[in-house]
Design a protein around this ligand. Structure first.
Ligand SMILES: [Zn+2]
Length: 297
């Protein structure tokens, strides 16, 4: 089945309302859309990290789940298209804007996969937020790589070491030549660097470069987040620009450290030279770079 925008928009409001009631919510209001990319792989955007989907007659894969309300819309759309069970549900990492809809998708999926560090990180996050009752955790985990044949598609997961957290998977739809980066890719936005969850800017730089080397020049990359009005689908050049952003960030912060400036002063300077157009608050990112560069051991 070819996935079209029309199919996924053709969801009845009755179905949505009943799905939402099942999860104790008021009927959904968020703005959502579905955009096909290539060979039955598309993206669902609503609130939170971009959801990637493979929807074919012989296989369904869902990558990330946003929040319960938008997840209910995405699942409602999917159920309008096909009665098939989701073959594989994937979490790119544990953050709430990528996993809070797990509870909506879980019963519709045969298998739920994430890197082996994700369930523990998600549990700690849920305990801190007192949202334990609203969680669903991956039942299949992997260390470095994981692969599955889903219909005529091959889905590969790979862990490149710490980056945005210490549990980020890169998901490759091999035949479609589409890669979901999770939050390893922010399109022109200052990224969250979750040092408490084992993040590493230095290895994030290596990861971005490795990913581009391991995929063809015309791969479509899905970013977790993008600057307002910019697409969440990007190219190899965008990944390498993001690598350069991090290199510039580390150089800028290291210069401040070397000249004896305190963290607060470096953070206040506010912009990474050459990347002033990036959206969001750079303070957290600069602080994380400072902490990483001055960490002992
Ligand atoms: Zn994240």
């Amino acid at each position: 089945m070819q996935l079209t925008r029309r199919d996924l928009f053709a969801t009845s409001s009755i179905a949505l309302a009943s799905l939402s009631r099942a999860f104790g919510q008021t009927p959904p209001v968020p703005q959502t859309s579905f955009d096909p990319l290539r060979r039955n792989v598309g993206i669902f955007t609503g609130r939170g990290g971009t959801i990637g989907m493979l929807v074919a007659q012989d296989g369904i894969v869902v990558v990330d789940t946003q929040f319960a309300d938008t997840a209910a819309i995405a699942l409602g759309n999917l159920k309008q298209m096909t009665a098939r069970t989701i073959d594989v549900l994937i979490n790119t990492h544990h953050h709430g804007d990528h996993t809070s809809g797990n509870i909506v998708f879980r019963s519709a999926a045969a298998k739920h996969v994430a890197h082996r560090n994700v369930p523990a990180l998600q549990k700690a996050q849920a305990a801190a937020a007192k949202t334990e009752a609203q969680q669903a955790y991956a039942d299949t985990t992997f260390d470095t790589t994981w692969s599955a044949t889903v219909g005529t598609e091959t889905v590969n997961l790979k862990y490149y070491g710490p980056g945005h957290t210490s549990g980020d998977s890169v998901t490759t739809f091999q035949n479609a030549n589409v890669v979901h980066m999770g939050d390893l890719m922010f399109h022109q936005r200052h990224p969250r660097v979750d040092r408490g969850a084992g993040a590493s800017i230095r290895n994030w730089i290596v990861t971005l470069e490795s990913v581009t080397k391991e995929h063809p020049a015309d791969t479509i990359y899905i970013a977790g987040h993008a600057k307002e009005n910019l697409p969440v689908t990007v190219t190899r050049d965008d990944l390498l620009k993001f690598r350069d952003y991090f290199s510039g960030l580390l150089a800028f912060v290291q210069k401040g450290i070397s000249s004896g400036r305190p963290a607060a002063e470096i953070v206040k300077a506010g912009t990474v030279p050459g990347f002033a157009g990036y959206e969001g608050n750079s303070e957290g990112t600069i602080q994380a770079a400072y902490d990483e560069l001055t960490a002992k051991g």
